[in-house]
Design a protein around this ligand. Sequence first.
Ligand code: SAM
Length: 251
Amino acid sequence: EPGLYIVATPIGNLGDLSPRAANILTNADVIAVEDSRVTAGLLRHIGVKRPMQPYHDHNAEHVRPGLIARMATQAVALVSDAGTPLISDPGYKLVRDARAAGHAVVTIPGPCAAIAALTLAGLPTDRFLFAGFLPPKEKARADAIAEIAGIRATLVLYESGPRLPATLTALAQGLGDREAAVTREITKKFEEAVTGTLSTLAARYAEGGPKGEIAIVVAPPGEAPPATEQDADAALADALTRLPVGRAASE
Ligand code: SAM
């Protein structure tokens, strides 16, 4: 069927490519790719050869109209180097324009490092904010952190090993010393999740960030909001027993 197919691919373990994703890639007329060498490896794994069209930040404006035109009669698949396209990766304007042109838009969901990191961290998951990569420069990074500091949600960020120590320090300063997890190499051989407060994690990595791919998860500010009305009642009753009623009245 003609249209745009957004295909999630593995974030490190080829076993995570879904049968549906493999089927779409096998039958696509063209695959829009970030890096053709990376996607060629994936296609080799499933024993498939398909035409690839590089589509990345540097050529997207130029290439997009042609891809949109092809969707009228052809199946165009979009992949990124790893995980879910559009998530800290190119693609949203392709979806926007495909919709505007009236083409079918179909998603084949699958691996996403942000979601995988959330499942490993052991922190609240009922509300979360995906903040992507923070700006690398100190001032811009501090501003970006200040902007999200008041949000009552778990935060999920992407980061590189070399920048991890400075980012953890900046997060501890800008958010307060919250519980957090540094997840690394998810679905790969050296997968790990190191938990602790932001300051202990900053101290742990002070000598230098680890190798590999990293996602950071940070707890919401203060106490997590009560999950149910019953919890809220219990919290209120508990707080009332601690009020220094006698002294407050006499002073
Ligand atoms: N679209 C991808 C997704 O769905 O996760 C993310 C692309 S973004 C350019 C790449 C970043 O995702 C890495 O720098 C790292 O922060 C994070 N990441 C990707 N794979 C990961 C993995 N296996 N473990 C931990 N973090 C990962």
